[in-house]
Design a protein around this ligand. Structure first.
Ligand SMILES: [Zn+2]
Length: 475
C-alpha cells in the first residue's frame, strides 16, 4: 500500500513538474522555509486583538475592525483594497446572571447564546427538566416540557480534528427552538467546549428564518424561541449533581440580550492582482468579527493574520501570480454567516471565476494534514503541493475536503477547495469564551500555518489549468 502511494506520488510529481518551472518551485520552497520564522501573521493577529479587541457583528468593535482592516491591507501593500456592504439584524448582549434557587442555592455563570431574546427584567424562574441530549428533547412529549426550563447536559468530546464540535453543537443551535415548540419557557445548555474552567461558551443559535430564494431574514419571536444561555462545564456538572437528588430543581436566570434594528458592516477585501488572468481568483481569508467575550485571537484574528500574511509574503518574494489572490475578511460570520451570504449574492455572476478557495478558521495550532476537493485532472498539482508540505509536517489525506463556513456559498456553487487542518486538540477549551486571547497564539505555530498556506496559495495561483467545477454535486 505504501509503495503504491509513493509510486503514485512520484508519477504525479513528474506530471506536476510540467505545470511549474523549476525556478518557481525553488522560489516557493525558499519562501516556505523563510515563513517558518516570519512574524507577519503573528504581528497582524496581535494588531487586530490589541488595537480593536472584541468585534461582535454590529458593535463599535465591528466598525473599528473594518477601519483597521482597510488600513492594514493598504499598509501591507496589497494591489487593490475595497469593502462590500453586509446588512444584518444587530444583536446586543445585556446583563447575565443565573442561580439555582432550590433545593440548594448556588450562583451559576451564564452567557446568552447569540440571537437569544431577553428574559423578563426581573428574571425567568422555573423548574428544570433535564435531557441528556438534544435528540432526547426533540423526541420528548410536550407535556414534560410545558412551563419548564429545559437543560441539555451533553458534554462535548475532545478530538484532534475537532469533530466533537459537530457532534455536540446541535444542542446550542436548536435547544431554544425545540423548547418553545413544546411550550417550555427557557433553555439552558452545557457549554459546547472541552475545558474545565468556569467560563461559559457563547455561540449562535437558531434565532431567525432565512428565505433561501429572496435572502430575506425574519426574526423568530417570543413563543417561537425562548431565552437561552450556556453554563460552564463545572456548573453543568453541579446542576447534574443537584438533579441527581431527585427533588424539583428551581432555576432562575436573567438575560438582557436582544435585537436592536439593522446594521450594515463590510466584508473587507484585499487583492494581489494576477499577471495574466486577473479576473480569475484564488479566494482565501478568515472572518473579521468575533464574539464579544474576548479579543477573538484564535477565532478568528489568527485566520485573518495567516491569510493576509500569505498574500503579502508571496508578493514581497517577487512572485507575481498568474491569477489573482483575493483575501476576504468576512463580516459577521459568528452570528449568522452574513458576510458569506452577501458575497455569494454580490458575486453570483462570477462564481465560476473563483478557481479554488479556502478559509482559515480553526485557530493557529500546527497544521498536520490537508485535504483537497478538486477534479482528478488537478490531482498532480495537489501531489506537488504534498511534496512541498510533507517537510513541514503536513500530510495529504484525501480528495474529500469540505470546510470553511464563509466559503460555503462558493462550495455550494461548485468551487474547488482545500482544507489545511490545524491540530484542534485544545481549540475548544477557548473557543467563544473570555479566554480567547492573544497569549494563546504561539509564534512558531502560526508561522508554520503561514508556511503551509504559502505552498497552497502560490501553486494554486500559478497553475494554469483549473481545479474543476461543480465539485459539490459529486460528493
Ligand atoms: Zn470562527
Amino acid at each position: 500500500m505504501f509503495k503504491v502511494l509513493v509510486l503514485l506520488l512520484s508519477i504525479n510529481t513528474l506530471y506536476a513538474q510540467e505545470f511549474f518551472d523549476a525556478d518557481f518551485i525553488k522560489k516557493v520552497t525558499t519562501l516556505r522555509d523563510k515563513a517558518l520564522t516570519d512574524s507577519t501573521a503573528y504581528d497582524i493577529t496581535e494588531s487586530l486583538t490589541t488595537e480593536v479587541g472584541p468585534r461582535l457583528g454590529g458593535s463599535k468593535g465591528d466598525a473599528r475592525a473594518v477601519k483597521w482592516a482597510v488600513a492594514k491591507f493598504n499598509e501591507l501593500g496589497f494591489d487593490k483594497v475595497w469593502t462590500e456592504p453586509v446588512t444584518f439584524p444587530k444583536w446586543v448582549r445585556g446583563v447575565e446572571t443565573a442561580q439555582i434557587i432550590a433545593p440548594f442555592p448556588h450562583e451559576i455563570k451564564i452567557t446568552a447564546l447569540g440571537g437569544s431574546l431577553s428574559t423578563p427584567k426581573r428574571g425567568l424562574k422555573g423548574e428544570i427538566v433535564h435531557f441528556k441530549t438534544i435528540e432526547d428533547l426533540k423526541n420528548a412529549d410536550a407535556s414534560l416540557v410545558k412551563g419548564k426550563i429545559t437543560f441539555i447536559s451533553n458534554r462535548m468530546e475532545r478530538y484532534k480534528n475537532g469533530k466533537g464540535y459537530g457532534m455536540a453543537n446541535g444542542a446550542r443551535y436548536m435547544a431554544a427552538k425545540y423548547t418553545a415548540d413544546k411550550g417550555g419557557i427557557g433553555a439552558i445548555i452545557r457549554s459546547i467546549g472541552t475545558d474545565s474552567n468556569r467560563d461559559p461558551h457563547t455561540g449562535g443559535m437558531k434565532s431567525v428564518n432565512f428565505n433561501q430564494e429572496t435572502g430575506e431574514i425574519t426574526l423568530l419571536k417570543k413563543g417561537e424561541v425562548v431565552p437561552a444561555g450556556a453554563i460552564s462545564n463545572p456548573d453543568a456538572d453541579l446542576l447534574v449533581n443537584v438533579l441527581k437528588r431527585g427533588k424539583p430543581v428551581i432555576f432562575k436566570y436573567t438575560l438582557g440580550s436582544h435585537w436592536d434594528g439593522q446594521y450594515t458592516s463590510q466584508n473587507v477585501i484585499g487583492e494581489i492582482t494576477g499577471r495574466e488572468k486577473p479576473e480569475e481568483v484564488v479566494i482565501i481569508g478568515g472572518h473579521l468579527d468575533s464574539w464579544d467575550l474576548a479579543t477573538g485571537a484564535i477565532d478568528d484574528a489568527s485566520g485573518c493574520g495567516i491569510t493576509m500574511a500569505v498574500a503579502k509574503l508571496i508578493k514581497d518574494a517577487g512572485i507575481k501570480p498568474y491569477r489573482t489572490i483575493r483575501v476576504v475578511l468576512w463580516a459577521n460570520e459568528e452570528n449568522g454567516l452574513h458576510g458569506a451570504r452577501a458575497y455569494g449574492k454580490a458575486h453570483v455572476d462570477e462564481l465560476n471565476k473563483h478557481i479554488i478557495g479556502a478559509e482559515s478558521d480553526f485557530g493557529a495550532s500546527p497544521i498536520y494534514q490537508f485535504k483537497s476537493n478538486v477534479s482528478d485532472q488537478a490531482l498532480p498539482v495537489i501531489a506537488q503541493m504534498a511534496e512541498l508540505l510533507t517537510p513541514i509536517g503536513v500530510t495529504y489525506v484525501g480528495n474529500n475536503a469540505r470546510s470553511g463556513a464563509d466559503i460555503s456559498p462558493l462550495l455550494k456553487a461548485g468551487m474547488a477547495t482545500m482544507q489545511l487542518s490545524q491540530d484542534g486538540t485544545n481549540y475548544f477549551d477557548l473557543h467563544h469564551t473570555q479566554d480567547d486571547t492573544m497569549d494563546k497564539i504561539v509564534p512558531e505555530e502560526i508561522a508554520q500555518n503561514t508556511a503551509a498556506w504559502i505552498v497552497f496559495v502560490a501553486l494554486a495561483a500559478e497553475y494554469k489549468g483549473d481545479f474543476g467545477f461543480d465539485l459539490y454535486k459529486k460528493q
